[in-house]
Design a protein around this ligand. Structure first.
Ligand SMILES: [Mn+2]
Length: 247
């Protein structure tokens, strides 16, 4: 029986990674090791540390990773890519080249007979005005056009610098008790009380790997990351398991 895999926060290409090719190879090795049992792959956001598709050109890098996704896709694996807060600007190039579905926001979906609530995790629950403003700004077509009109020699270093700063400003060891993750847990507790049909809530974003039981019996799985944790989740139709990739 084939399985469905979930992975998030690879942050490929991040300038704070010691060796970006080694990080990329680790992911492709893992994909090789599980591809025979893979029916579907859910990439739950922040897969690339920064990505902006222009109409006629795309950023350099990620060759091995994209090649592997194309290979999987050609073999019939269904690939779903939820955009995170780093890889927001996927337009039509990656879906077209890799045959993937791109998802923005949260969705409820039936997977192998069970109902899942899926989201990257940054937009779930209540948020500050500033956060909502930025989120709207990043998705605004006019703002995207203006941004795209600036030469990448300026925008790429700016974006990489921003990402690096935001990483450095985070705590050394993220925890499920950090305020953002805690707020999402509270949200899921409330939501699940009113939606008994949903068995699983899957998120990335928080850089912690955790399988949390909700009071109504459903489970909230936070996928971890591939910066320090190297974790993923796999669903076989009966149980969702959080695992460590020994690779
Ligand atoms: Mn994120």
């Amino acid at each position: 029986m084939k399985k469905v895999f979930f992975i998030s926060d690879l942050h490929l290409g991040a300038r704070y990674t010691d060796d970006i090719h080694q990080a990329e190879r680790r992911v492709t090795r893992w994909l090789d090791s599980v591809c025979d049992e893979m029916a579907e792959l859910y990439l739950m956001g922040d897969i690339l540390d920064y990505w902006y598709e222009y109409r006629y050109v795309v950023p350099r890098g990620y060759v091995r990773f994209f090649g592997k996704l194309a290979e999987l896709s050609d073999k019939g694996v269904k690939i779903h890519w939820f955009i995170g807060n780093h890889d927001i600007w996927i337009f039509d190039y990656l879906p077209h080249e890799l045959g993937i579905e791109v998802v923005d926001g949260s969705v409820v979906r039936d997977i192998m007979g069970s109902r899942f609530f899926l989201a990257h995790g940054d937009g779930v629950g209540r948020h500050s005005l500033m956060f909502r403003f930025m989120r709207t700004l990043f998705r605004n077509r006019l703002c995207q056009r203006l941004y795209a009109a600036v030469h990448p020699r300026w925008t790429v270093p700016f974006a990489n610098g921003w990402s690096r700063m935001s990483r450095l400003s985070h705590k050394e060891v993220p925890s499920v008790d950090d305020s953002a993750c805690l707020a999402t847990r509270r949200y899921v507790e409330e939501y699940s009380a009113a939606h008994a049909d949903i068995g699983y809530y899957v998120f990335g974003h928080f850089h912690v790997a955790e399988d949390i039981a909700m009071p109504n019996g459903s489970r909230m799985v936070v996928l971890g990351d591939w910066i320090k944790l190297y974790t993923y989740a796999v669903f076989d139709g009966t149980k969702l398991e959080l695992r460590h990739a020994d690779i």
